[in-house]
Design a protein around this ligand. Structure first.
Ligand code: GLU
Length: 393
């Protein structure tokens, strides 16, 4: 409430801050004050975005590509996305009817939820899940219904868990694979559990596939939209933030059924107008050819770091970590420490100057865990592991 007693909208006062962004900001502020903080909180890799992509964006900028684009994104950007979807994901998308440029995956999430969910509708979510899912559903007046992902089930849903959560108010299922924060990569069987329920109850599925290129141990990412009967009910969110370490660009895209595209475009016209012009030009270049050796090298190095960090964590007494199948997080089980995830994360930040995200920020089932981003520099990782070990013991 302000001094005059004017209240802010209840819509936002019910919504918690984003733990990932808030903690990353807190770490940045501490660094600015000269503290030697190592930030493992938000999913931001140490590497800069690849030079060939930066060059394409810079060239577009210098050539006067500084104006708003079509709300749906430039034809060139959508053409390149369609090419990528066919090449990498076996999806035949029409750039006119099925693709929209978004400002990162979060903007795609907002457009998808606001286009499919009415106030009072229920949306089934994984618990734990990315911190902005429940908040965005709540802002839209929807009701998130959490279905736990349990470590003993390798962080996967069983069909009966999912079936048991469906009511007559259920409108959509929201999933993420490769999963943030647990690292699960959905197999065909996992996807069939979701498809069967979605088709039987006539539900939308919003699938966040931002980590699609970051599968580990030779696993292959399968797009839910390619499963039988799913293309017409699936909104697929993808982007450049993780794959190409392009988080600061705020550029992504959604692959959507034609039936929902118009609504998402109207929302985009009102919310953002369009994604950035030269960012679309740079991002289009990312998909122009097969993946650049610079990018492939980066992915290989990330896999090694994930392996290394999770192995090192498993050497520290009283904490443990399931090997992720994809994405780039260590999802650390801290139950044996007896501390809550919030208390331990705060203690690690204040005493050891390492920033991790408390598991409870990702949902109730996330209590008893901390999330650590593994794709920081080797030097930061080595020092971070020493500090984590000290902080735990
Ligand atoms: N998606 C990333 C994460 O989970 C980035 C932070 C954010 O945008 O919330 O950390």
């Amino acid at each position: 409430m302000s001094e005059k007693g004017i209240k802010i909208a209840s819509r936002i006062s019910r919504i918690p801050s984003s733990a990932t962004v808030r903690i990353a900001d807190q770490a940045a502020e501490l660094k600015r004050q000269g503290k030697d903080v190592i930030d493992f909180s938000a999913g931001r890799a140490a590497e800069h975005s690849p030079l060939y992509i930066n060059r394409a964006a810079a060239l577009a900028l210098l050539n006067g590509d500084t104006h708003q684009t079509m709300a749906q994104g430039t034809p060139v950007f959508r053409e390149m996305v369609a090419r990528k979807l066919e090449r990498d994901n076996g999806i035949k998308a029409d750039p006119e009817k099925n693709i929209i440029a978004t400002l990162g995956c979060k903007n795609g999430l907002t457009l998808a939820i606001f286009s499919t969910v009415d106030p009072g509708d229920e949306v089934i979510v994984e618990d734990p899940c990315f911190v902005s899912y429940n908040a965005t559903i709540g802002l839209c007046g929807g009701i998130p219904v959490a279905v736990p992902l349990r470590e003993e089930n390798e962080f996967r849903w069983k069909k009966e868990d999912l079936e048991g959560a469906v009511t007559e108010k259920t409108k959509a299922i929201l999933i993420c694979s490769p999963h943030n924060p647990c690292g699960t990569v959905h197999t065909e069987e996992d996807l069939d559990v979701i498809s069967d329920v979605a088709i039987k109850h006539d539900l939308w599925v919003i699938t966040d596939e931002i980590y699609e290129r970051l599968t580990l141990g030779g696993r292959k990412h399968i797009c839910l939209a390619t499963r039988p009967g799913m293309a017409e009910r699936t909104i697929t969110l993808m982007g450049f933030t993780k794959t190409f370490s392009m988080g600061g660009w705020r550029i992504g895209f959604a692959y959507v059924p034609e039936t929902v595209l118009g609504s998402m475009v109207i929302l985009q016209q009102h919310m953002m107008t369009c994604a950035g012009s030269f960012t679309q030009a740079g991002a289009a270049a990312a998909f122009q050819q097969d993946y650049h050796p610079e990018v492939k090298e980066m992915w290989e190095e990330w896999e090694k770091r994930v392996d290394y960090v999770t192995d090192e964590i498993n050497r520290i007494p009283r904490i443990s970590c399931h090997k992720p199948e994809g994405s780039f997080y260590a999802w650390i089980n801290i139950k044996k420490t007896g501390e809550s995830s919030v208390v331990l994360a705060e203690r690690l930040l204040n005493e050891q100057y390492i920033a991790l995200v408390p598991g409870s920020a990702f949902g109730k089932t996330g209590e008893g865990y901390l999330r650590m981003t593994c794709v920081k520099s080797r030097a930061d990782i080595n020092e971070g592991i020493i500090r984590l070990s000290k902080g735990i013991s």
